[in-house]
Structures are given as structure tokens and as C-alpha cells.
Design a protein around this ligand. Structure first.
Ligand SMILES: [Fe+2]
Length: 313
């Protein structure tokens, strides 16, 4: 064996030893959009406003995805949401329980949700350590009155309405807005790597939720009955074409190309992926090269939303 071969052999052995020490794994990732309308339409007991339904194709997409994800029996659900925005660094929840009322500031007539959330504090703290190790800023939230954002709650509710799996919630650092899409992406790629290392060390089976829609131009008024589906459609055709382009890359397993195109997609469609959830998840999963499963696509007040699953099952 030549020198290069020996170095490779030792490196492979080292990686194998490392992976045997820690059996944790990200078993799936889901693009899990969070229009509060979807929770409103389901009429769960936690949400105060009542509805007559609506946005059924997206809710059926979530139903199908949920069935597959819960069958994998994850130990923990990790969510990254654009609506917990932090100016300095990346924050995680550091208390075992958070309880309170979450109100969507734009749609208070649709979403007033009593949440009662169990947090996997060990994994949160592990992520905190790994994030610092990557040279990024990190902070642990220990304020018991901290209010969890409606984006995280909506994605988590739609993925697991029983709330019987602990969660980890990560904030979205504001770098794409203060600096550039590209700087934001770089941060999220590092955050994803830190998340993967923490999950591996935890020994747990984790599912990641990227809580965001795709195209995000939307109507500024709503019908008298918000769930009147005769008013619901994509904001304009250009948004639809961009969304389909993104979904095509997902279905083809081209996650690196997907991440490369995202900065332009963000500018063209005011896309919510700008806040970083999708990039974080794809990076944490090691840029999967297998086809993602698209459970469904639909619009909410004109925005494009897809429920998409990455898992090898
Ligand atoms: Fe949002």
C-alpha cells in the first residue's frame, strides 16, 4: 500500500470509529411550510378560531408525509423557522418545557394557538456547542416566558399533532437580510454541519423540518370567508414556474444545484427560503443525491408551498 493509500485507509478507519461511537442519525428531512391557514383549516382544539376547512391538497400532503415520518419513530423533531429571527447568532431553546399562547401577528383571526412543548434540551445544548465549535455565535434561551414563533408551531403541529415527540427549535440568523443571500447561505451550511455532528453524538434518530414556503409574493387582502377556495390561486405565473423549477431539482436529487440556485430564486420570488431553513436542512443531510418525495404543492394567499420529504425509505 502506498502512502496515499495508507492515509486514506487510516482516515476511513477513523471515520468508521467515529460513527460507531455515536449512532445518532438524521433519518429524514421535510420541507414543511407553515401557513397558519393550514392549522386553522384543521380545527385542532389548541387553536381558538374555527373554520370550514380549506387548502385541502396541502393538508392531505401533510397527512401522507406525516404517516411515513411517524412510522420511522423519530426520537426528536428539529425545526428551523424564519419567524424566530435573531440578529446575533443562532439560538436554541434551553428549557425542558415551553407553554403559552402563540398568535400570528398578520392573521390573529386565524391563529391563536395554545402550545405546550417538550424540548430535547440535551440535543439543544449539543448543537449549541457544535455551533460554537464551527466559529459561529450561539445562545441558549432560558427565559421561561419566551414565546415560540408560529412558524415552528405550525410545522410541528402539522407533522405531529399529538406533540408526543420532543423538539429542538433553532432560530434563523439575520445574515441574509443584513449582508447578502450568499453570506446567509454560508452560515446555514455551517449550521447544518454543526447540527449533523450534534445529532450523531446524541445517538438519536432525528427528523429535520425546514419550516418555509417557496415563492412568497402574496395577496394583501382576503375574502370575507378566509377559507373560500374560489379565491385561492398562485400570485402570478412567474412564481409558479420558479416553484416548479425548484421542485424539479428536488425530485431529481440535485440538492447541490438546488442550493446554488436558491439566491436567485430568493430575489425573483421573495422566497421565504431566504431565512435559511432549507439550506440548513440540506446541508445537515449532507446534500442528498437521491430523489426527494413531493407529497403535494398548493398556494396559500398566493404563495407557493410544497411538502417534500427526503428519506431513503
Ligand atoms: Fe412565514
Amino acid at each position: 500500500m502506498d502512502d496515499l493509500g495508507r492515509i486514506r485507509f487510516e482516515k476511513d478507519n477513523e471515520e468508521e470509529r467515529e460513527s460507531m461511537n455515536h449512532s445518532g442519525e438524521i433519518i429524514a428531512g421535510v420541507l414543511a411550510p407553515h401557513p397558519p391557514h393550514l392549522v386553522y383549516a384543521e380545527n385542532p382544539p389548541q387553536n381558538e378560531p374555527r373554520s370550514e376547512g380549506g387548502w385541502d391538497t396541502l393538508r392531505w400532503a401533510y397527512e401522507n408525509c406525516r404517516e411515513r415520518i411517524l412510522a420511522l419513530k423519530p426520537d426528536v423533531l428539529l425545526v428551523h423557522s424564519p419567524h424566530w429571527m435573531t440578529v446575533v447568532g443562532h439560538h436554541v431553546l434551553g428549557l425542558k418545557k415551553f407553554k403559552g399562547l402563540s398568535v400570528d401577528p398578520i392573521f390573529p383571526h386565524l391563529f391563536r394557538y395554545q402550545y405546550d412543548v417538550d424540548v430535547d434540551v440535551d440535543l439543544s445544548l449539543q448543537i449549541h456547542e457544535e455551533v460554537k465549535e464551527m466559529g459561529l455565535n450561539s445562545k441558549v434561551v432560558t427565559n421561561p416566558h419566551f414565546r415560540i414563533d408560529y412558524g415552528a408551531i405550525t410545522s410541528l403541529h402539522l407533522m405531529n399533532p399529538a406533540w408526543d415527540i420532543p423538539i429542538v427549535s433553532l432560530s434563523s440568523n439575520n445574515s441574509p437580510y443584513y449582508f447578502s443571500n450568499e453570506v446567509g447561505q454560508e452560515q446555514m451550511i455551517k449550521l447544518g454541519e454543526a447540527t449533523r455532528k450534534a445529532v450523531q453524538k446524541s445517538g438519536k434518530k432525528a427528523v429535520l423540518l425546514a419550516s418555509n414556503s417557496l415563492s412568497h409574493r402574496h395577496f394583501t387582502s382576503e375574502p370575507e370567508i378566509p377559507e373560500d377556495m374560489s379565491y385561492e390561486h398562485i400570485y402570478h405565473h412567474g412564481q409558479y414556474l420558479w416553484d416548479m423549477e425548484m421542485i424539479k431539482l428536488m425530485k431529481q436529487g440535485k440538492s447541490r444545484q438546488l442550493i446554488d440556485v436558491l439566491p436567485e430564486f430568493m430575489d425573483m420570488t421573495v422566497a421565504e427560503v431566504k431565512a435559511g431553513a432549507l439550506t440548513w436542512m440540506i446541508s445537515a443531510m449532507g446534500f442528498p443525491d437521491y430523489p426527494a418525495k413531493v407529497h403535494g404543492y398548493g398556494t396559500v394567499i398566493g404563495t407557493g408551498n410544497a411538502v417534500v420529504e427526503w428519506s431513503r425509505v
